[in-house]
Design a protein around this ligand. Sequence first.
Ligand code: FAD
Length: 415
Amino acid sequence: MEERHETVIVGGGHAGLAMSHQLSRRGRAHVVLERGRVAERWRSERWDSLHFQFPNWSLALPGQPYDGPHPDGFSSRDEVVAFIERYCAATAAPVRTGVRVDAIRPAPAADGFRLDTSHGVLAASNVVVATGPYQEPVIPAPAGALPPRVTQVHSSAYRNPSRLPAGAVLVVGSGASGCQIVEDLLAAGRRVFLSVGRHRRFPRRYRGRDMFWWMERMGALDQTLEERPEARERPNPLVTGVGGGHDIDLRHYAARGAILLGRLEAVEGSRLWLADDLDEQLARGDEGVTAFTRSVDAYVARAGLAVPEEASPEPRAVPTAAPIRTIDLAAASISTVIWATGFRRDFGWIRLPVLDERGEPIHRRGVTRCAGLYFLGLPWLYTLKSSVLCGVGRDADHLAEHIASRAAIPALRRT
Ligand SMILES: Cc1cc2nc3c(=O)[nH]c(=O)nc-3n(C[C@H](O)[C@H](O)[C@H](O)COP(=O)(O)OP(=O)(O)OC[C@H]3O[C@@H](n4cnc5c(N)ncnc54)[C@H](O)[C@@H]3O)c2cc1C
């Protein structure tokens, strides 16, 4: 007989587990299918030195606040995995690990869905897709033209400097991943080139508080795209939790010997061609600091908060000479290119009319037009914090409520 579930959650990261908890609280039966292990992406797609980028007090899931000794510290990658594992155990989430979902289709009998998995076919009235905001590596086209002797690694496959061949390393991309990897390489004494792209610097702390504290306090994390439509195109804040958390400033890397370059435009044999946009990118990155500190100052004045005064950090001159427009990989002894160029989502395995022309889910707060099919954990699913750990609980609560109300009115299951 066919195995049937009221709800199947696809993905056993923090989003899938928060969803499981919110359904359990309502007494709704479900199962979580995870193709690897619980928190697989934190285990196998994050580098060794990565730390949680927000203070530990925000390492919190529904029913499990941070209760460790360092609320203002930053947990290591392995501590984040342990936190999620502990959550899974504490909530007794019904997780089946090692089960990959290959397709979700409409059920032949009209009501609900059929899931093709690595362990057979399942049927479900509801499916929550919680397969992550950052799924498939994006590797730009010039990668294909690099000489075979150059080792290429995406940031999701980078672990630590000792795993890379000897020689200089070119990091392409200056988001939080690219910059944190540059710091890792510089600390190991590696010669580093950084191709700088769009980024948005933030001060780690300002006027006595962490930037994330200010964002929460000012309500920025709870803003929706309707309120801030321009926010979708903005790069994520450039922050790190390594070493107790500190500012990221690309000029410091240059002062420590890294060679800053403009955007990578093309590769011809051993030669790289770079855009003449480094100063512009650095200046735009600094605008993040100015905008943030001004908004904090305005908020402090409005709210009448008694916090220390602090001068907004001044950007310094870039210690570069004439812009570098071209580099010969062999002459620069570059043995490795690390692509810190982001991710895309792949929902091609969902065979239902819920994706737009770019393959992105069409939904309202995670609820799709296919009754019973939901998404969770995506950037801006509802608010700015929807795709980070402390933000998923509220979205999961909303979806669990939806699922519970569908179960209460059986006729709705066929709408
Ligand atoms: C480098 C990096 C650093 C980050 N740092 C932070 C941070 O400091 N703080 C923070 O709050 N957020 C951070 N994030 C963002 C976000 O919190 C993480 O991406 C987090 O892993 C997302 O959790 P999730 O449960 O939504 O998805 P994921 O952790 O991606 O979990 C999805 C799960 O689904 C499984 N899966 C996928 N497809 C299938 C399938 N077809 N069948 C079955 N299982 C499947 C995967 O194996 C995975 O375990 C970071 C992201 C990145 C890339």
